[in-house]
Design a binder for this molecule. Sequence first.
Ligand SMILES: [Cu+2]
Length: 120
Amino acid sequence: MMTLAVNILGLLLIAAIVWWFWLAGRQISAAHFSESLEVMVKDGVYEPDTIEVPAGRPITLHFRREDPSPCAEYVVFPDLDISRQLAVHEATEVSLPALDTGKYPFTCQMKMYRGTLVVE
Ligand SMILES: [Cu+2]
């Protein structure tokens, strides 16, 4: 009888731990979305290469450039007339105005790096 009680207590404890981490994880991902959107610039790809953001709200993206080659030096949003020079091994802030729904491509200046901003 004692063993059963200990086992039940153990199961409850495990359930509480799982619940705690599940909740904590959700809070972290929500904060990540609303406060900072970071894009890694590395090995010829933007990661993530598709970024979903809400329409009608100014957005700040942080481009973390880990590729020192000149190819990765600029990020260009041709539809928005925005181009920013990116510092190596740093996150460079790129502020975008409130946008209408749609897809806005972004690339490096040679169009080898390619990404899409999806506004919805
Ligand atoms: Cu390039």
